[in-house]
Design a protein around this ligand. Structure first.
Ligand SMILES: N[C@@H](CCC(=O)N[C@@H](CS)C(=O)NCC(=O)O)C(=O)O
Length: 338
């Protein structure tokens, strides 16, 4: 069955894409490229844009809609709605935890973990990506909610603050939110002042990329950010060092072109088992993967291709992109047998 599908995919690709403008050589080059699905104001994407700059990589930039109207991307992810998503050929990496690990494995130098703090950094991400980031969302959106498109506010309120979320109440509660945020920015400042140029010393590492996206978000979107940050000299000096890292080099690609690249590629992920998996997950099982948050997101269903302690990879098929493998982190996601 698998071979039959691959034959179909090859044949279909030839009609749909290969006879197009691109020479085979150009295609092979593009097929192995890093493709980042993101949008410019997205702070979580900024984390990865700077990660690509950190590793001095060239990448293709697919600008997605700010609202979840992303049919080409959803065909590939199976409905995972968060941004960013990294695509390499027909392998689709969801969530920045997964993207960081894949970038580190494929492009080990310079390492995200030069300071030897990879465990601490992934632990730190559980604070920064959730409680600290959500304070950033509150200060970025709540004071200006009336001037933003109502559908954007409704969408983000449900996503970040749950079914009972209320952006007007968040606006009223801003002084409390700022008190929480201020104290936690103080933690970053203490760390930077004690350690030198970056969070763990002279070299930037994963912890800097994690902390950076929240500071970038608050600095760029909160009207009184200058005042808020003015008491943190450690953070202010570090901001210019983080900005100097840049985003690597990117070229634009359309969502449709990205879909064509997936259709024309074969997933690289081989079957992998993990005898110690506590859930007994094995290649071939039908499962659904959904975030642990009460954010109204739908599960992504597929057939397990690879299982490990940190990652679950699902094989999926969609007419528009053919066979793909979609990767998720284990931490923060529930895998349920179907
Ligand atoms: N845990 C995810 C969080 C991603 C996230 O929340 N991204 C924001 C964009 S900054 C998002 O998807 N917002 C809703 C949307 O863009 O549809 C990750 O690390 O990638």
């Amino acid at each position: 069955m698998y071979q039959l599908l691959m034959l179909f995919k090859e044949h279909y690709s030839i009609i749909a894409y290969t006879t197009d403008r691109l020479s085979e050589r150009q295609q092979n080059k593009i097929m192995s490229d890093i493709i980042l699905h993101h949008y410019p104001p997205s702070p979580v994407s900024e984390k990865i844009r700077v990660a690509l700059g950190f590793k001095k990589l060239a990448w293709k930039s697919v600008e997605q809609n700010r609202l979840p109207d992303r049919p080409e991307l959803f065909a590939m992810t199976g409905g995972y709605r968060r941004i960013p998503v990294m695509q390499i050929g027909a392998d689709i990496y969801c969530d920045t935890q997964c993207i960081f690990r894949e970038l580190e494995q494929r492009f080990p130098k310079p390492s995200f973990h030069s300071s030897g703090n990879s465990g601490a950094a992934f632990g730190l991400s559980r604070w920064i990506d959730a409680p600290l980031f959500e304070l950033g969302v509150r200060v970025a959106f709540a004071p200006v909610a009336d001037s933003l498109p109502p559908e954007l506010i409704a969408d983000r309120t449900r996503l970040y603050f749950g079914p009972e979320g209320d952006m007007a109440a968040e606006a009223k509660d801003l002084p409390h939110t700022l008190a929480q945020l201020r104290a936690q920015l103080g933690w970053l400042d203490d760390q930077l002042k004690a350690n030198g140029a970056f969070m763990h010393g002279a070299k930037a590492s994963l912890s800097d990329l994690l902390a950076w996206h929240v500071v970038w978000f608050v600095k760029g979107r909160y009207g009184d950010a200058e005042l808020l940050l003015s008491e943190f000299p450690g953070v202010l000096g570090w901001v210019s060092r983080m900005e100097a890292i840049g985003h690597g080099t990117s070229e634009p690609l359309t969502p449709d072109e990205a879909l064509g690249i997936a259709l024309n590629a074969t997933p690289e992920t081989a079957e992998q088992t993990d005898a110690a998996d506590p859930q007994g997950l094995r290649p071939g099982m039908n499962v659904g993967v959904s975030p642990l948050t009460n954010s109204g997101e739908t599960a992504v269903n597929g057939v397990v291709r690879a299982v490990s302690r940190d990652r679950i990879s699902l094989a999926r098929y969609d007419d528009r992109c053919g066979d793909v493998v979609v990767h998720f982190p284990r931490v923060g996601y529930r895998v349920s047998a179907l």
